[in-house]
Design a protein around this ligand. Structure first.
Ligand SMILES: Nc1ncnc2c1ncn2[C@@H]1O[C@H](COP(=O)(O)OP(=O)(O)OP(=O)(O)O)[C@@H](O)[C@H]1O
Ligand SMILES: [Mg+2]
Length: 260
């Protein structure tokens, strides 16, 4: 059982922006005590100034908004919090084994989620440093990643999935497709990463510019399954954009991304 008093105290220390008890109840339900402690540490270090509302709740992770401070500067944050007790651990295996950055012989099942978080952070960092449009990663601790919040007034920018039919009204789809290709190419050739879960759900539109999110499963291009992940990513793009009249063959797309 959760110790309600201790959780209440941790919630107080986190300076949660919503003052009503309903919001606090949600936080108390979503976070286990360990996660609250991790969040508390991130706020004690000054990164999280005040925790805001829920942006997204998923099977493996929840995303929250927070007012943040990075090197003394105000920054809106996306706080991505993985569930410690996730049932999806087994799916993480294939993306972690085969990645030479991690010595999986030394990672226990319990630590798998923490390695996953480190991987997401390092993938974001690699991509960001290569000039790929991704949220700027700030830090990570245990099961929590702090990154740039892509949004305005605490509301996230839409994914291209969410825009659906409006997509061709709000932006030049052909231009968007070629921007996505440009960033995918940079991701592959410069960051030497394959996203491995690329689809309309993980591309956000910020001022007509595509941003890739959700990089936890991304692998290095020398991962044994990198090619099949890349193929899946590219086929997802072709499928989505074919609805908007974009016709590019898989062969054309892959050779333009890989440059061979
Ligand atoms: N940096 C960010 N800025 C703004 N919103 C974000 C950011 N990262 C994620 N989000 C929002 O949270 C949602 C889920 O994020 P993400 O895709 O990273 O998690 P997920 O792994 O798909 O979670 P799950 O699969 O458990 O639902 C996104 O669709 C987006 O709306
Ligand atoms: Mg996602």
């Amino acid at each position: 059982m959760k110790d309600i008093k201790r959780i209440e105290k941790l919630l107080d220390q986190l300076r949660i922006k919503e003052k009503d008890s309903e919001a606090r109840k949600i936080f108390a339900e979503v976070f286990d005590e360990r996660t609250l402690k991790t969040l508390y540490k991130l706020s004690a270090k000054g990164y999280i100034q005040a925790l805001g509302g829920v942006v997204s709740t998923g099977k493996e992770a929840n995303v929250f908004y927070a007012d943040g401070s990075i090197n003394g500067e105000f920054k809106p944050l996306a706080v991505k919090i993985y569930r410690i007790e996730t049932s999806e651990f087994f799916k993480m295996d294939e993306y972690l084994f085969g990645d030479r950055r991690f010595d999986m012989r030394r990672v226990s099942k319990k630590e798998l989620i923490f390695t996953w978080v480190e991987k997401e952070f390092r993938n974001l960092e690699r991509a960001f440093n290569a000039g790929v449009n991704v949220p700027e990663p700030y830090t990570y601790l245990k099961n929590v990643v702090l990154m740039e919040f892509l949004g305005e007034d605490e509301r996230p920018y839409p994914t291209i999935f969410e825009l659906k039919r409006d997509l061709s009204e709000v932006t030049d789809v052909e231009e968007l497709y070629s921007r996505i290709k440009e960033h995918l190419t940079r991701l592959y050739r410069k960051a030497e990463l394959v996203h491995a879960d690329l689809s309309e759900y993980n591309i956000v539109l910020k001022d007509n510019d595509p941003y890739f999110i959700d990089m936890g499963q991304a692998v290095l291009t020398d991962h044994p399954l990198a090619n099949s992940y890349l193929e899946r990513d590219l086929r997802n793009l072709i499928r989505f954009f074919s609805r908007y009249g974009i016709k590019e063959s898989f062969e054309e797309l892959i050779s333009s991304v890989k440059g061979d």
